[in-house]
Design a protein around this ligand. Structure first.
Ligand SMILES: [Zn+2]
Length: 484
């Protein structure tokens, strides 16, 4: 029995889809105003693990992920560049697809774009106006949350805190009260605008997901995912809009993954610890090392991204790869005395039990590695025949449908595996160059030129040099093969 922690109820609950054997899954997709960063990929990799495990468990899954191609950020970016939204967002959508495939993430069944679903959003807004959940103000339309008594049920937010003046995060539009949010924003100079019968304007961000999820999955569906930062206000607002308009429950299970931090700190461009997938791959790691790292921490725990952790992920993948490579090489014909099937069945049970328990990946991986540990001695004693090796290999190939990390053997070819070496441990020709760059970066930071400081850090990273800001100053270390 699969169980998930449901943010809505605050409990781990048995998972029962509306229609037996079929799962309708909605995951909030990228806002395509920039290249996705490693924190975004943490969420998408978690959702992929979830989806792959549901498929592995025999469910048919219909997966929808929206593409937010119109919102405050995309409009701001397009205007700054002097191009239209379509032109501005295209490279980011392409980068998203490319990274997704690189990370072995299964594509969704539908990637609806906000700009192509304006009419569906307007239909919901019309209903909300008719039913009295929405009101017009200065050309915009707002959702009145005091008309929706269960508002706050997902985020458990205290509505008292949302009274005017109790928070400083007032929206840029005027509203009856701070906690009402815009469904439809009045036209503004330099912003795209649609006229679909409720007055000219453009949609707010939240209404996009309400409209696109119900179009492809129905008014009530099984699972909605996102990062914890989506819980409020985004998902809270989705529930309010959808349930107020449709009069039925919106989503049965809400699953949220925790943040990713880098070296224990929140990622920020100004801190120079902001990575896209390409930044990391430029250091020489295999993308599936990154995938392994992203999925191997339980989704409800904070993931601390460090190059040491990435090195460990790489080592774990290699350990599995070497094991599978050794098994593939077995040619011994007669069966040994040992029957490996009970060991494999035990590992399979442990692997499944872990993931069934709210995607407890650590338990599942432990089951795999304990099988490796038990088989190796038998293997070295010549107890493993070809047929037994195939039993184990067959099990790992079914597991690969869920993990999708393609463990690859690393034979002891020198120079292919580059470990972390200490700063200054070995004098290299690069050292003086690195020191000069560090000094240039320090100066850029003193001058508050964070863009330049970040560029210097990225340049070094692309050469396999990682900078760490410590209280004793900047340290550097080699994290991957140099590209030069
Ligand atoms: Zn969304």
């Amino acid at each position: 029995m699969i169980r998930f922690y449901n943010t809505l109820t605050g409990r781990v609950e048995p998972f029962e889809p509306i229609e037996p054997g079929v799962v309708k899954l909605y995951t909030c997709g990228p806002t395509v105003y920039d290249f996705p960063h490693i924190g975004n990929w943490r969420a998408y990799a978690f959702e992929d693990l979830l989806k792959r495990f549901l498929l592995f468990s025999g469910f048919k899954v219909t997966h929808v992920m929206n593409i937010t191609d119109v919102d405050d950020k995309t409009i701001r970016g397009a205007n700054a560049k002097g191009v239209g939204l379509e032109e501005y967002t295209r490279p980011f959508i392409e980068a998203f697809r490319k990274d997704r495939d690189t990370l072995n993430i299964l594509p969704a069944d539908h990637y609806p774009r906000a700009t192509e679903h304006i009419r569906e959003m307007v239909e919901i807004i019309k209903v909300l106006l008719e039913k009295g959940f929405a009101y017009r103000r200065d050309g915009s339309i707002y959702f009145a949350i005091d008309k929706f008594p269960s508002y706050g049920g997902l985020s458990k937010i205290n509505l008292e805190d949302l009274r005017p003046g109790s928070r400083g995060d007032a929206d840029e539009y005027e509203k009856e009260s701070v906690h009402d949010f815009a469904l439809w924003k009045a036209p503004k100079e330099g912003e795209p605008s649609w006229d679909e019968g409720i007055g000219p304007g453009r949609p707010g961000w939240h209404i996009e997901c309400s409209a696109m999820s119900s179009k492809y999955l129905g008014r009530t569906f099984d699972i909605h995912c996102g990062g914890v930062d989506n819980i409020f206000p985004h998902h809270e607002n989705e529930i309010a809009q959808s349930e107020a308009a449709n009069g039925v429950k919106f989503v049965n299970y809400w699953l949220h993954c925790h943040h990713l931090v880098v070296d224990g700190e929140k990622m920020a461009k100004s801190k120079g610890n902001f990575y896209t997938l390409s930044d990391i791959l430029a250091t020489g790691y295999d993308p599936l090392d990154v995938r392994y790292l992203l999925i191997s921490t339980h989704y409800r725990k904070m993931l601390n991204f460090t190059f040491e952790a990435l090195e460990q992920a790489k080592a774990a993948r290699s350990r599995l790869g070497n094991f599978l490579g050794d098994l593939e090489d077995v040619t011994k014909e007669p069966d040994g005395n040992q029957d490996v099937r009970p060991l494999v069945e035990n590992a399979r049970a442990g692997f499944v039990a872990g993931l069934e328990d709210d995607l407890n990946i650590s338990e599942s991986l432990a089951a795999l590695f304990s099988l490796v540990k038990m088989i190796y001695p038998l293997f070295s004693q010549g107890e493993i025949s070809r047929r037994q090796a195939e039993t184990v290999l067959g099990f790992f190939s079914s597991v690969e449908n869920v993990l999708a990390v393609k463990p690859s053997p690393v034979r002891s070819a020198s120079g292919t595996v580059t470990g972390v070496s200490d700063a200054g441990g070995k004098a290299t020709v690069l050292e003086s160059e690195v020191q000069a760059k560090i000094e240039a970066r320090r100066k850029a930071r003193t001058d508050k030129n964070f863009a330049l400081a970040d560029a210097i850090r990225q340049e070094l990273l692309s050469q396999g040099i990682l900078l760490e800001d410590t209280k004793d100053g900047v340290r550097w270390k080699k994290v991957g093969p140099s590209k030069t």
